[in-house]
Design a protein around this ligand. Structure first.
Ligand SMILES: [Zn+2]
Length: 192
């Protein structure tokens, strides 16, 4: 399957085959005549709607991953600079809905959480019809001969991505607000 690249400047997507070779192992030059983006990155197809919507709403992203069947499970969206601190604060101030229950803020990213303390026991988080044992198996490179585990992992990844998309659909449009810090150091949000 060919790789898909998303340009976050002109918001167009390209097939790797249509792009000129690049010196960078990570970035490509956007071929659009009116776009000067030289840092176009590869994107997992099922993350495209999430990344486009986030950027449309003013939440500039860097990298992301939708999880892969043949890798330990990891789903994340990495944000530009200090944006994650703002997201964290907006959530705490109830200006933004809480993250989907199985996602967390980690470093500069929103990331799927897999393990944590439940009643003082370190456990895998279970979501929907998935039990702890199944999720534990997704954290390893799965055996292709075990078709049910394979399908379960794909379904689980899709459920997680769906919940992330629903959250993004609900969050307000940051580009329509500005942050003003008053003399006491509090942040006030004002509609533009
Ligand atoms: Zn472009």
């Amino acid at each position: 399957m060919s790789k898909i690249y998303l340009c976050l400047k002109c918001m167009k997507i390209y097939d790797n085959e249509s792009l000129a070779p690049s010196k960078s192992p990570y970035y490509k030059v956007c071929p659009d005549l009116y776009c000067d983006n030289r840092e176009m990155f590869e994107i997992d197809e099922n993350m495209i709607p999430i990344i486009i919507k986030l950027n449309d709403k003013g939440f500039k992203t860097k990298f992301c991953c939708s999880g892969h069947v043949f890798e330990p499970l990891d789903i994340y969206v990495k944000f530009d600079d200090n944006l994650i601190n703002n997201i964290n604060m907006y959530i705490r101030l109830n200006l933004m809905p809480k993250l989907p229950e199985f996602f967390m803020i980690e470093g500069d990213s929103i990331r799927l959480k897999k393990r944590g303390l439940v009643n003082n026991e370190f456990k895998y988080f279970t979501v929907g019809k998935y039990n702890e044992y199944m999720i534990k198996s997704f954290d390893e490179i799965i055996d292709i001969s075990d078709t049910q585990v394979y399908i379960n992992k794909i379904n689980y990844m899709n459920d997680c991505i769906q919940s992330l998309y629903n959250w993004i659909d609900e969050i307000w449009d940051i580009s329509k607000y500005k942050d003003i810090v008053n003399e006491k150091g509090f942040i006030i949000y004002e509609k533009l």
